[in-house]
Design a protein around this ligand. Structure first.
Ligand code: OAD
Length: 262
């Protein structure tokens, strides 16, 4: 696919002409081209290789904190070693030309490292460490031990309990501020781009329908069909990097055309 589908270009043009906001909802597929594994869909996906009930719940943490911390330290290191891809950079570029609200389910920091402001990390952030018991924020990370499956978590300087990753585990509530920002962006946007998510995990997967109910045009960018495909206005079968690079240059050509007509 080497051109922006006409329906998508038209929706972006109408949004710009009408002074509207673009909301971008990203999932694990956004970071796939940076080498970060997705959760589902391939043999290498995280939930094909690991049991989320042993690694991504509060009960799993209580049961075996060293196993859970070791796994998250491995994931953190994978993110540290990765670089933002052309899709992340294209979104930062798009935001220079169009009012854009970025909501992500991803717990990595690749959007920020590409220069974007993230309005809502609805599933938290790997690096936003906090105490499991008292909630105090912590920034220091222990040394990464390659190949170590179990790593005893660091201890909270305030209460002595263990420090956990800042992600949302199964069964936990979403962070209030991030979720409020996500709902606000979904309700206000004229165009929503749904990039690289399987659309299986709620409530985040309900944001495209919310945007549509409030009048937005919703476009899915994903090389594969998803649970959301039937509910969006347009599907664009391309990778995040392919599609967003093409989309990010459109506002400049729209600007050029409008100034030429003045
Ligand atoms: P999934 O792993 O469920 O889905 C990844 C999606 O990305 C699939 O639809 C793929 O087709 C698509 N994809 C793969 N490569 C792509 C590429 N290069 N460009 C664009 N799309 C691509 O990831 P999420 O939908 O983000 O929750 O998963 C939702 C939540 O489930 C995660 O946030 C996580 C997980 O359990 C928590 O950790 C709470």
């Amino acid at each position: 696919m080497d051109t922006v589908p006409a329906a998508v270009a038209g929706a972006l043009r109408r949004t710009i002409d009408g002074g509207g906001i673009v909301c971008v909802l990203t999932g694990a597929g956004m970071s796939a081209e940076s080498g970060i594994p997705t959760f589902r869909g391939t043999r290498d996906s995280l939930w094909s290789r690991f049991d989320p009930m042993r690694l991504a719940t509060a009960d799993a943490w209580r049961e075996d904190p060293a196993l859970v911390w070791g796994w998250y330290r491995w994931r953190m290191q994978g993110v540290r070693d990765a670089q933002p891809n052309a899709g992340h950079r294209a979104l930062a570029e798009l935001a220079r030309h169009v009012p854009l609200s970025l909501v992500t389910q991803n717990v990595d920091d690749l959007h920020e490292r590409a220069g974007s402001v993230v309005d809502g990390h609805v599933h938290g952030s790997l690096f936003a460490l906090r105490c499991f018991a008292c909630g105090r924020a912590h920034t220091a990370l222990d040394d990464y031990m390659e190949g170590a499956q179990r790593v005893e978590p660091m201890r909270c300087t305030a209460c002595g309990d263990r420090i956990r990753p800042g992600v949302v585990w199964f069964g936990e509530a979403l962070p209030d501020d991030a979720w409020a920002s996500a709902v606000d962006a979904a309700e206000r946007c004229a165009l929503m781009l749904v990039v690289g998510t399987s659309g299986l995990v709620y409530p985040a997967a309900g944001l495209p329908a919310l945007a549509r109910r409030h009048g937005a045009t919703v476009v899915e960018i994903n090389p594969e069909p998803t649970a959301l495909s039937a509910e969006v206005d347009h599907v664009w079968r391309a990778t995040a990097a392919e599609a967003l690079q093409q989309l990010s240059v459109l506002p400049r050509s729209i600007d050029r055309h409008s100034s030429a007509g003045r």
